[in-house]
Design a protein around this ligand. Structure first.
Ligand code: FMN
Length: 167
């Protein structure tokens, strides 16, 4: 699947085939994709926590009010911002969003479903996820990944009214 196909095939999937293990080479590809994202001044202000066990996914579900799909997901990748790596500017949320989208597209290309569950800047979920991870970083997103057990319709569409050409 090429990039044009992957970004049109991507959907938020919230029901997965339970008990499927994602092979380590696929997890590696997902994390590589995340770290290939563009980053302001190439500061790469991120780290990635993997939740695979029922206990780890349960801790995230308890901390975040809208990630129940982790119940059936194979794993979650939590994208955590590191503002300390950008001491003179604040582009880390965008950098982490770019990393998150790269994970979604790589997951699609590998045949997995995924769902972006937002953390920062919503409170108190950001603080609760922080506590669950035991990190001083700032959780930006929890990405649920697994083999889809539903085929949601596409929600994205092209709207020419949102396009403005500068004169
Ligand atoms: C910043 C952000 C936060 C989101 N947070 C959640 C969330 O907490 N839980 C959830 O189920 N979906 C979440 N989503 C997924 C959106 O609901 C979804 O992208 C939207 O409904 C469009 O559907 P699609 O992804 O299938 O195109 C989030 C998406 C983004 C970009």
């Amino acid at each position: 699947m090429d990039c044009t196909e992957a970004l049109r095939a991507r959907r938020s999937v919230r029901k997965f085939k339970k008990g499927v293990k994602i092979p380590s080479e696929h997890l590696r590809l997902l994390l590589e994709a995340a770290m290939m994202a563009p980053s302001a001044v190439n500061s790469r202000p991120w780290e990635f926590f993997i939740a695979e066990s029922d206990e780890a996914k349960g801790a995230l579900m308890a901390a975040h009010p809208a990630c129940r799909m982790l119940e059936t997901a194979s794993l979650a990748i939590v994208v955590v911002g590191r503002p300390d790596l950008q001491p003179n500017f604040d582009f880390w949320p965008q950098d982490c969003a770019a990393a998150t989208e790269n994970i979604l597209l790589q997951a699609t290309a590998l045949g997995y479903g995924s769902c972006w569950c937002g953390c920062y800047p919503a409170r108190p979920r950001t603080d609760e996820v922080c506590k669950a991870l035991g990190t001083n970083g700032v959780p930006v997103s929890i990405v649920a990944i697994g083999v889809p057990d539903e085929q949601p319709a596409a929600k994205g569409f092209f709207d020419p009214d949102r396009v403005r050409f500068m004169r």
